[in-house]
Design a protein around this ligand. Structure first.
Ligand SMILES: Cc1cc2nc3c(=O)[nH]c(=O)nc-3n(C[C@H](O)[C@H](O)[C@H](O)COP(=O)(O)OP(=O)(O)OC[C@H]3O[C@@H](n4cnc5c(N)ncnc54)[C@H](O)[C@@H]3O)c2cc1C
Length: 243
């Protein structure tokens, strides 16, 4: 399978990056081993937009749902090898699936074993990937986002960094892009400006339709407690881990 963008790791950073690349029209595949560290949280109380906090599994589901609505595809799997190819990258999963992509965003927290040797790893007790100020690694077309890029261990920081890395990728790909904005009808065009790429103008009827649909979705998702169980720390059941 080939996509414009492969995102390795579908936690907070990866799904946020995927939302932006997919909304920009880039065919985006997320391969994720489905073990975001946020699942271990007991109650998220510092993610903007949820004044009384939110169930962490619910938050992850909502972020994943947003990425899917943006058009990205998500597959469960563990990437065990990522290599540079003549025309981009090829990733191989533990079950032998191969995914090709023009560009890759790595968002796997502290998992680095699958990355090409040319990627610089910084050891700070745990491994992180060395990046420039916009998430670019030493390999052109390969980016790192979120905790993997050494960002502070907070969900909103990872989400923001995922978005920034995605926008960086779009800029590097020379995609026609200004900002990913939805603006009121006439916001640009009534001032004699062309609608900038990445932007959309919607009229009042369409705004109301979208608001109604959004309210319906949120009421439904929060109608009942999230069904997921609170996971125990893996060291109590599995391999040791400091977090
Ligand atoms: C107990 C606990 C409570 C926390 N509470 C809060 C809180 O209240 N507020 C807050 O802001 N932050 C909290 N955090 C921190 C927050 O969860 C992280 O900072 C955030 O999830 C990091 O996002 P990320 O996308 O970088 O990594 P993750 O969300 O961990 O995502 C990484 C993803 O990569 C996948 N992956 C790894 N290797 C591979 C591979 N080889 N192939 C494919 N997929 C792979 C994983 O399965 C995972 O889905 C908490 C953390 C813990 C441990």
């Amino acid at each position: 399978m080939r996509s414009d963008v492969l995102i390795v790791g579908g936690g907070v950073a990866g799904l946020s990056a995927a939302t932006f690349t997919a909304r920009a029209g880039f065919e985006t595949l997320v391969v994720d081993s489905d073990d975001s560290i946020l699942r271990r949280n007991a109650h998220v109380e510092n993610y903007p937009g949820f004044p009384a906090g939110v169930n962490a599994r619910q938050l992850l589901d909502l972020i994943a749902e947003g990425a899917a609505r943006a058009g990205c595809e998500r597959r469960v799997g563990e990437v065990v090898r990522l290599e540079r190819a003549a025309d981009g990258f090829v990733a191989e999963t533990a079950t032998g699936d191969r995914h090709r992509a023009d560009r890759v965003v790595a968002a796997t927290k502290n998992a680095v074993d699958y990355l090409p040797d040319a990627v610089e790893i910084v050891d700070r007790g745990k491994p992180f990937v060395a990046v420039d100020g916009r998430g670019r690694t030493a390999i052109e077309g390969l980016y790192a986002a979120g905790r993997l890029a050494g960002k502070p261990h907070q969900a909103i920081v990872s989400a923001g960094h995922g978005a920034e890395v995605a926008v960086t990728l779009l800029e590097d790909a020379d995609a026609p892009f200004y900002h990913d904005w939805v603006a009121p009808a006439g916001y640009f065009t009534d001032r004699g400006r062309d609608l900038p790429p990445g932007c959309e103008e919607i009229d009042d009827d369409e705004r109301r339709r979208r608001e109604d649909a959004a309210r319906e979705v949120m009421c439904d998702r929060f109608a009942d407690p999230h069904p997921s169980a609170q996971p125990t720390h893996p060291s109590l059941t599995d391999a040791p881990s400091e977090e």
